[in-house]
Design a protein around this ligand. Structure first.
Ligand code: 5GP
Ligand code: MN
Length: 336
């Protein structure tokens, strides 16, 4: 994988590009892909954003989101576009299988693949050019650097600023996680100078939930949460019946795991959700407990040191039981 600076001269030649991100895009995945597409379009390139799957409704206000193709809903058309692309930009994921059913299409295409991502252990062999840095708060921070370092700071308009802020805000937990560096605040200061409406973005992302979602959360805290003070750990297991009963939509469970960390003393939080095809785990930690390693070791997953995900093909009760059995191995790490 060559460094991203090697790619900068290629920005001068007109090209067809596809920009994609991980399945079920979050604010950073959607923000970074849309920001990059607004930027490349200004340079005159033909750009299509393809999301591997659908996304949460709370992202539907974003500038350019109406042009994004959902691969699962438009397989034929999206496959054709990937096959005709000169470049495929892969944002906010480290390994192609995070694009789910889009993976074989990207892998088979003759396009040059470019990685821009902040997750650990990137699969560098799959990409020709790359910008991979786990110290980055978000992929949006990296897209900002990509635009500035390629000499196009003047092209950052209000749409790009809005998309970048969305990822910066969501991936830093509204600027509270340790990944929030001085550079992050400097970027936000620059975006504010361009006219960024930050309060509106917070409202668009966090204040568009349904009444049913709040009832679901109340139910989850009352009946689905288990706290293990002896391990400084809290977990939640959400059965499919809850998803149907409260008519949950994509994105409705996002952020729920973080509430478990608000309990005094809790350093490790985990939530497993009974999804259609698999049981999906989300892991969060505070301090030195590395959930990326935990997810990789036990639940076929990965991510960052303090935020990771994984999966299991067992039932929701069985995988939750597996988790509880494993906890004992980590007692020292979790309590020292
Ligand atoms: P979330 O719990 O919000 O789905 O994911 C937390 C973080 O871990 C995100 O940065 C996400 O991209 C990453 N992540 C989630 N699931 C997986 C997985 O199965 N594999 C890898 N490598 N990363 C994951
Ligand atoms: Mn991210």
């Amino acid at each position: 994988m060559q460094s991203i600076e090697q790619f900068f001269p290629l920005l001068k030649q007109p090209f067809k590009a596809v920009i994609t991100c991980h399945q079920k895009p979050d604010g950073d995945a959607m923000g970074s892909t849309l920001a990059l597409s607004h930027f490349l379009q200004q340079l005159g390139h033909e750009v299509t954003v393809i999301s591997p799957t659908n996304w949460a409704q709370f992202l539907d206000w974003m500038p350019g989101v109406d042009q994004v193709i959902d691969f699962e809903a438009n397989k034929e058309n999206a496959t054709k576009i990937v096959n005709e692309a000169d470049y495929v930009f892969c944002l906010d994921f480290n390994i192609l299988h995070r694009t789910k059913h889009l993976e074989p299409v990207i892998a088979a295409s003759k396009s040059v693949k470019i990685l821009i991502d902040h997750h650990q252990q990137p699969d560098t062999a799959s990409f020709s050019f790359g910008f991979s840095d786990v110290k980055m708060s978000s992929t949006c921070e990296m897209i900002y650097d990509f635009i500035v370092q390629s000499g196009h700071s003047n092209l950052i308009n209000i749409d790009i600023a809005t998309c970048l802020y969305t990822g910066l805000m969501t991936d830093t937990g509204s600027f509270r996680f340790p990944s929030t560096t001085a550079s992050v605040h400097k970027i936000v200061a620059h975006l504010k100078e361009l006219g960024l409406q930050h309060a509106k973005i917070h409202e668009n992302i966090y204040d568009q939930g349904s009444e049913a979602r709040l009832k679901f959360m109340g139910n989850a805290f009352l009946y689905r949460m288990q706290v293990f003070p002896e391990y400084n750990t809290a977990i939640m297991a959400i059965p499919k019946t809850d998803i149907y009963k409260f008519e949950l939509k994509t994105g409705d469970t996002e952020g729920l795991v973080n509430y478990l960390l608000s309990i005094q003393g809790i350093r490790f939080a985990a939530i497993v959700i009974d999804r259609e095809e698999e049981r999906k785990w989300s892991f969060r930690s505070k301090g030195t407990f590395d959930v990326n390693i935990f997810a990789r070791t036990h639940f076929e997953g990965g991510g960052h040191a303090n935020a990771a995900g994984g999966r299991s093909s067992k039932s929701v009760d069985e995988t939750a039981q597996d988790f509880k059995n494993i906890l004992a191995e980590y007692k020292t790490q979790l309590t020292q």
